[in-house]
Design a protein around this ligand. Sequence first.
Ligand code: SAM
Length: 237
Amino acid sequence: MPKVGAFYGVGVGPGDPDLITVKAVKILNQVDLVFTASSSANEYSLARQIGLKYLKAGVPLQNLPFPMTEDDQALKAAWRQNATDIAEILRSGRSAAFLTLGDCLTYSTYAYLLPVLTEIIPAAPIISVPGITSYQQAAARLNRPLVMTKESLAIISGGGDEAKFGTLLDQSDNVVIMKMYRGRDQIVETLRKKGLAAKTALCSQLDLPGEKIVDGLDQDLTDPTTYFSLMLVTKRD
Ligand SMILES: C[S@@+](CC[C@H](N)C(=O)[O-])C[C@H]1O[C@@H](n2cnc3c(N)ncnc32)[C@H](O)[C@@H]1O
């Protein structure tokens, strides 16, 4: 029986290929196979595009489909099927990496694979390799601290529960709003009502073609906002 291969969840950073860790590069240059996810056409090609630069020559790539649905049964079936495909590789003694945009444990499809994989192949070593998140790069581009002294930071999804969203905006000193492109106008309206628009930056396509950083949402937004967009609300003066 071959030794079970190791599985690496690898965060590749949010866009700039230079924002990948040395550890991620070492792993990508060593694994026998690389998995990518296609939960959305864009995200798939971006994580893959960044990772490709660092792969060992000739290493096979395999795409895992994650359906864009809210049907719980369909989602669970897809995660199980994907975990089964990964487990088959690991059982053959090969190691594999799963590429994720930004950090692998921040709003990532990798998080759904973890428990299923642990269940179906408990002997496999699973190693999560953190990556630089998109909001860290947003703060860096703005030269704006995410948190200082005793401040708090909430990280929320723009597509989440509205009441919870309002409460977190009120209660946290600073807020990162990710996955907000669909609800942009509604979110801007809420921020304006709460007097937070001027303290919010909208960062789109960071380090990607079409990058746009709008610092202060008290001005009118004319362009549509793309999937690769987030907001940073920083309440301090
Ligand atoms: C599924 S989440 C992935 C988050 C990722 N794991 C991370 O650590 O940043 C996708 C969201 O991340 C944010 N995002 C990722 N890359 C980005 C970029 N280059 N510019 C702006 N926002 C980005 C956007 O809010 C997007 O909707």
